[in-house]
Design a protein around this ligand. Structure first.
Ligand code: HEC
Length: 157
Protein backbone atom coordinates (compact mmCIF):
# COMPACT_ATOMS: atom_id res chain seq x y z
CA UNK A 1 0.00 0.00 0.00
CA UNK A 2 1.26 3.41 -0.93
CA UNK A 3 1.27 5.97 1.78
CA UNK A 4 -0.71 9.15 1.99
CA UNK A 5 2.57 11.05 1.93
CA UNK A 6 3.44 9.49 -1.40
CA UNK A 7 0.13 10.57 -2.96
CA UNK A 8 0.57 14.06 -1.61
CA UNK A 9 4.01 14.40 -3.13
CA UNK A 10 2.71 13.16 -6.51
CA UNK A 11 -0.13 15.68 -6.30
CA UNK A 12 2.33 18.41 -5.42
CA UNK A 13 4.58 17.56 -8.36
CA UNK A 14 1.63 17.59 -10.76
CA UNK A 15 0.66 20.96 -9.38
CA UNK A 16 4.12 22.39 -9.95
CA UNK A 17 4.20 20.94 -13.46
CA UNK A 18 0.86 22.56 -14.36
CA UNK A 19 2.04 25.87 -12.97
CA UNK A 20 5.29 25.66 -14.90
CA UNK A 21 3.54 24.82 -18.18
CA UNK A 22 1.10 27.69 -17.65
CA UNK A 23 3.90 30.09 -16.89
CA UNK A 24 5.62 29.02 -20.12
CA UNK A 25 2.45 29.36 -22.18
CA UNK A 26 1.34 32.63 -20.62
CA UNK A 27 4.94 33.85 -20.50
CA UNK A 28 4.62 34.96 -16.89
CA UNK A 29 7.70 36.90 -15.97
CA UNK A 30 9.72 35.88 -18.99
CA UNK A 31 8.51 38.29 -21.66
CA UNK A 32 10.33 41.49 -20.88
CA UNK A 33 8.59 43.44 -23.61
CA UNK A 34 5.15 42.87 -22.20
CA UNK A 35 3.02 45.99 -22.42
CA UNK A 36 4.00 48.50 -19.81
CA UNK A 37 0.91 50.58 -20.32
CA UNK A 38 0.04 50.89 -16.68
CA UNK A 39 1.04 54.46 -17.38
CA UNK A 40 -2.18 56.24 -18.28
CA UNK A 41 -2.16 59.79 -19.59
CA UNK A 42 -4.89 62.16 -18.30
CA UNK A 43 -8.01 61.85 -20.46
CA UNK A 44 -7.87 65.47 -21.68
CA UNK A 45 -4.74 64.56 -23.66
CA UNK A 46 -6.96 62.58 -26.09
CA UNK A 47 -8.25 65.91 -27.33
CA UNK A 48 -4.78 67.22 -28.24
CA UNK A 49 -4.32 67.27 -31.99
CA UNK A 50 -1.02 67.53 -33.79
CA UNK A 51 -0.60 70.96 -35.38
CA UNK A 52 1.65 69.41 -38.04
CA UNK A 53 1.05 66.74 -40.68
CA UNK A 54 3.30 63.72 -41.32
CA UNK A 55 5.15 65.49 -44.10
CA UNK A 56 8.67 64.27 -45.02
CA UNK A 57 10.39 67.20 -43.34
CA UNK A 58 8.66 66.45 -40.00
CA UNK A 59 9.20 62.69 -40.26
CA UNK A 60 12.87 63.20 -41.04
CA UNK A 61 13.32 65.45 -38.05
CA UNK A 62 11.31 63.02 -35.89
CA UNK A 63 13.59 60.21 -37.01
CA UNK A 64 16.69 62.24 -36.20
CA UNK A 65 15.40 63.13 -32.72
CA UNK A 66 14.30 59.53 -32.07
CA UNK A 67 17.76 58.23 -33.02
CA UNK A 68 19.42 60.80 -30.78
CA UNK A 69 17.16 60.77 -27.70
CA UNK A 70 15.02 57.62 -27.66
CA UNK A 71 16.70 54.75 -29.47
CA UNK A 72 19.19 54.13 -26.66
CA UNK A 73 16.31 52.78 -24.52
CA UNK A 74 13.47 52.04 -26.95
CA UNK A 75 15.59 50.42 -29.68
CA UNK A 76 15.71 51.22 -33.38
CA UNK A 77 12.23 49.87 -34.11
CA UNK A 78 10.67 50.70 -30.74
CA UNK A 79 10.81 47.13 -29.49
CA UNK A 80 12.43 48.13 -26.20
CA UNK A 81 15.77 46.56 -27.10
CA UNK A 82 18.02 49.60 -26.92
CA UNK A 83 21.27 48.93 -25.06
CA UNK A 84 20.25 51.17 -22.13
CA UNK A 85 16.71 49.70 -22.10
CA UNK A 86 17.85 46.42 -20.59
CA UNK A 87 19.35 47.76 -17.39
CA UNK A 88 16.40 49.93 -16.34
CA UNK A 89 14.24 49.35 -13.27
CA UNK A 90 11.20 49.49 -15.59
CA UNK A 91 11.28 48.03 -19.10
CA UNK A 92 10.58 50.56 -21.85
CA UNK A 93 8.11 48.00 -23.20
CA UNK A 94 7.26 47.77 -26.88
CA UNK A 95 6.02 50.89 -28.66
CA UNK A 96 4.47 48.54 -31.24
CA UNK A 97 2.20 46.88 -28.72
CA UNK A 98 -1.50 47.12 -29.52
CA UNK A 99 -2.04 49.06 -26.30
CA UNK A 100 0.27 51.80 -27.56
CA UNK A 101 -1.23 51.64 -31.07
CA UNK A 102 -4.61 52.30 -29.50
CA UNK A 103 -3.41 55.33 -27.56
CA UNK A 104 -4.16 58.77 -28.94
CA UNK A 105 -1.41 60.93 -30.42
CA UNK A 106 -2.11 63.38 -27.61
CA UNK A 107 -1.44 60.70 -25.00
CA UNK A 108 1.95 59.90 -26.56
CA UNK A 109 2.73 63.61 -26.80
CA UNK A 110 1.95 64.07 -23.10
CA UNK A 111 4.07 61.05 -22.07
CA UNK A 112 7.10 62.32 -24.00
CA UNK A 113 6.55 65.84 -22.66
CA UNK A 114 6.11 64.70 -19.06
CA UNK A 115 8.28 61.58 -18.72
CA UNK A 116 8.06 59.01 -15.95
CA UNK A 117 11.12 57.64 -14.20
CA UNK A 118 13.30 56.09 -15.53
CA UNK A 119 12.13 57.80 -18.74
CA UNK A 120 13.21 61.43 -18.70
CA UNK A 121 10.81 64.28 -19.48
CA UNK A 122 11.58 66.07 -22.70
CA UNK A 123 9.75 69.34 -22.21
CA UNK A 124 12.99 71.22 -21.53
CA UNK A 125 15.01 69.51 -24.26
CA UNK A 126 12.53 69.50 -27.15
CA UNK A 127 10.03 72.14 -28.20
CA UNK A 128 6.41 71.11 -28.80
CA UNK A 129 6.87 70.91 -32.59
CA UNK A 130 9.79 68.54 -32.11
CA UNK A 131 7.75 66.34 -29.76
CA UNK A 132 4.96 66.14 -32.34
CA UNK A 133 7.56 65.23 -34.97
CA UNK A 134 8.68 62.30 -32.81
CA UNK A 135 5.06 61.23 -32.25
CA UNK A 136 4.47 61.22 -36.02
CA UNK A 137 7.70 59.29 -36.55
CA UNK A 138 6.64 56.67 -33.95
CA UNK A 139 3.34 56.28 -35.83
CA UNK A 140 5.30 55.66 -39.04
CA UNK A 141 7.52 53.05 -37.38
CA UNK A 142 4.44 51.37 -35.87
CA UNK A 143 2.72 51.12 -39.24
CA UNK A 144 5.87 49.75 -40.89
CA UNK A 145 6.22 47.22 -38.09
CA UNK A 146 2.58 46.16 -38.45
CA UNK A 147 3.32 45.50 -42.08
CA UNK A 148 6.67 43.75 -41.71
CA UNK A 149 6.22 42.15 -38.28
CA UNK A 150 8.24 43.98 -35.67
CA UNK A 151 9.76 40.76 -34.34
CA UNK A 152 11.60 40.43 -37.65
CA UNK A 153 13.07 43.88 -37.38
CA UNK A 154 15.81 43.46 -34.85
CA UNK A 155 18.17 46.29 -34.18
CA UNK A 156 21.12 46.44 -36.55
CA UNK A 157 24.43 47.71 -35.39
C1 HEC B 1 16.33 56.26 -20.20
C2 HEC B 1 15.55 55.46 -21.10
C3 HEC B 1 14.48 56.13 -21.94
C4 HEC B 1 14.64 57.13 -22.85
C5 HEC B 1 15.92 57.87 -23.23
C6 HEC B 1 13.33 57.35 -23.44
N1 HEC B 1 12.41 56.51 -22.87
FE1 HEC B 1 10.44 56.38 -23.35
N2 HEC B 1 10.17 55.04 -21.85
C7 HEC B 1 11.15 54.53 -21.04
C8 HEC B 1 10.54 53.69 -20.04
C9 HEC B 1 11.28 52.93 -18.95
C10 HEC B 1 9.15 53.72 -20.27
C11 HEC B 1 8.06 53.00 -19.46
C12 HEC B 1 7.67 53.92 -18.32
C13 HEC B 1 6.56 53.33 -17.47
O1 HEC B 1 5.56 52.85 -18.03
O2 HEC B 1 6.67 53.37 -16.26
C14 HEC B 1 8.95 54.56 -21.43
C15 HEC B 1 7.72 54.83 -21.98
C16 HEC B 1 7.52 55.56 -23.14
C17 HEC B 1 6.26 55.75 -23.79
C18 HEC B 1 4.92 55.22 -23.30
C19 HEC B 1 4.62 53.86 -23.86
C20 HEC B 1 3.27 53.37 -23.36
O3 HEC B 1 3.22 52.28 -22.82
O4 HEC B 1 2.31 54.10 -23.52
C21 HEC B 1 6.47 56.49 -24.90
C22 HEC B 1 5.45 56.93 -25.93
C23 HEC B 1 7.89 56.78 -24.94
N3 HEC B 1 8.49 56.20 -23.86
C24 HEC B 1 8.52 57.52 -25.92
C25 HEC B 1 9.82 57.97 -25.82
C26 HEC B 1 10.41 58.92 -26.75
C27 HEC B 1 9.71 59.48 -27.98
C28 HEC B 1 11.67 59.16 -26.32
C29 HEC B 1 12.68 60.10 -26.90
C30 HEC B 1 12.27 61.47 -27.14
C31 HEC B 1 11.89 58.33 -25.13
N4 HEC B 1 10.73 57.64 -24.86
C32 HEC B 1 13.07 58.27 -24.43
C33 HEC B 1 12.49 54.78 -21.15
C34 HEC B 1 13.08 55.75 -21.95
Amino acid sequence: MLSKKYYLSILFSVFILIFWVNAKVLKIGVHRNAPVNKWIAPSYTDTLVSPILPEPIHLQNGKRIYAMECEVCHGKWGNGDGEAGFGLSVSPGDLNHKGVLAESDGSLFWKIYTGKKPMPSFNAKLDTTEIWQVVLYIRLVQSENQFKGSHKRKRKK
